[in-house]
Ligand binder design. Structure first.
Ligand SMILES: C[S@@+](CC[C@H](N)C(=O)[O-])C[C@H]1O[C@@H](n2cnc3c(N)ncnc32)[C@H](O)[C@@H]1O
Length: 279
C-alpha cells in the first residue's frame, strides 16, 4: 500500500526543514529513514554479507530488492552487484519530491513482475500489514533474504517465514531498526530534559533494543554452498576486523548510540549484534 500523498508531502517538508537547520551529521538517516536512509540500520558488513551470499550462488547474481523505496540499500548493493534492480509499487514517490528515478528501479508490484523473471537473490525488506506475497517470491527465487522488524512489517498474521514454501533457513543475525537508533538520538540530542540528566539517560540506554532480524532462506539444493560461502566470509570479517576498516560514514552514529559490532545489549543477553547464527 503506497504512502498517502499528503502524508508523504508533509513528511518531506519536515525533512527539508530539518536539513535546513541541521547541525549534526547523519542524524537525518535515523529521523527520516524513508527520505535519507532505510527502515533498518545497516553497516557495510551487512551489504558485504548479502553480496557474499549472492556471489556464492553465481558470479554475477541476479538480484532484486522488493519495495525498495528510494533505493538506499539497493544503491549500496549495486557497488558490488552492478546489475541489481529494485521494484517499487509507487514510483510516484520520486516525482513528488522531484527526485530522479534511476533506471534500475522499476515501477511495478511484485505480482506484475515475478513469474516473468526469476532471481538468484530476492531481498524483502517490507511487507505491508494484510499483504502476503511470500508464495509469489518463492516461485521465482533461489535465495530470499528478509529484514523484518520484530515489531511488525510482516504481512498477514506476522508471517515472514519461507519454510512452508520449500526453503531452508540457513542463518540469521540481529541489527537495530531505525527506530532503536532514533530513540537513542532523541534521548541524547532532542529531548531537552534529558540532555543534562546523564544518569537518567544511562538508565534509558539500558533499555536499548535491536529489533531487526535478517533471515537467510535458500532452496535446499544450494543451502550447503551458500552456508559455506557465508562461513568463509565470516572468518574473513572477524580475522581482518573488517567492520573497523570497511564502513560507511553514517556508522559512527550506530557506535555513538551504543550499537557496536558484536555489542551485547541488556535486553538481549546471550546474543551479540551482527553475530551470525547458523541453523
Ligand atoms: C516502508 S518502505 C521501505 C523502503 C525500503 N525498503 C527501506 O527499507 O527503506 C516500503 C516500500 O515498499 C513499497 N511496496 C509495498 N508493497 C509493495 C509491493 N507489493 N510491490 C512493490 N513495492 C511495494 C511501498 O510503496 C514503499 O515504498
Amino acid at each position: 500500500m503506497p504512502f498517502r500523498r499528503d502524508d508523504l508531502q508533509n513528511a518531506y517538508l519536515a525533512y527539508k526543514e530539518f536539513m535546513h537547520r541541521k547541525r549534526r551529521e547523519h542524524h537525518e538517516r535515523y529521523i527520516f529513514p524513508f527520505f535519507a536512509g532505510s527502515y533498518f540500520a545497516y553497516r557495510k558488513i551487512d551489504v558485504m554479507r548479502v553480496m557474499t551470499i549472492g556471489k556464492s550462488i553465481s558470479q554475477a547474481p541476479s538480484y532484486v530488492d522488493i519495495g525498495c523505496g528510494y533505493g538506499d540499500f539497493l544503491t549500496k548493493i549495486r557497488q558490488f552487484v552492478p546489475n541489481a534492480i529494485g521494484i517499487e509499487e509507487d514510483t510516484g514517490i520520486f516525482y513528488r519530491i522531484q527526485k530522479h528515478l534511476p533506471d534500475y528501479i522499476y515501477s511495478s508490484t511484485i505480482t506484475d513482475w515475478f513469474g516473468k523473471r526469476s532471481f538468484d537473490l530476492s531481498f524483502v525488506g517490507w511487507m505491508e500489514p494484510g499483504v502476503d506475497f511470500r508464495k509469489t517470491v518463492s516461485k521465482s527465487s533461489k535465495c530470499i533474504i528478509t529484514t523484518f522488524d520484530t515489531g511488525g512489517q510482516c504481512g498477514i498474521d506476522g508471517e515472514c517465514e519461507y519454510d512452508e514454501f520449500g526453503f531452508q533457513k540457513i542463518a540469521w543475525w540481529r541489527t537495530p531498526s531505525w527506530i532503536d537508533v532514533n530513540f537513542e538520538l532523541m534521548n541524547r540530542f532532542y529531548t531537552s530534559s534529558l540532555r543534562t540528566e546523564v544518569n537518567k539517560r544511562e538508565e534509558l540506554a539500558k533499555l536499548r533494543t535491536a529489533n531487526n532480524l535478517w533471515h537467510i532462506y535458500t532452496l535446499p539444493e544450494i543451502s550447503d554452498k551458500v552456508r559455506a560461502g557465508l562461513k568463509c566470509w565470516l572468518k574473513k570479517e572477524q580475522d581482518e576486523s573488517l567492520y573497523s576498516t570497511q564502513f560507511f560514514d553514517f556508522e559512527t552514529i550506530l557506535d555513538e548510540c551504543g550499537f557496536h559490532y558484536m555489542e551485547t545489549l541488556p535486553t538481549f543477553l546471550g546474543y551479540q549484534l551482527w553475530e551470525i547464527r547458523f541453523d
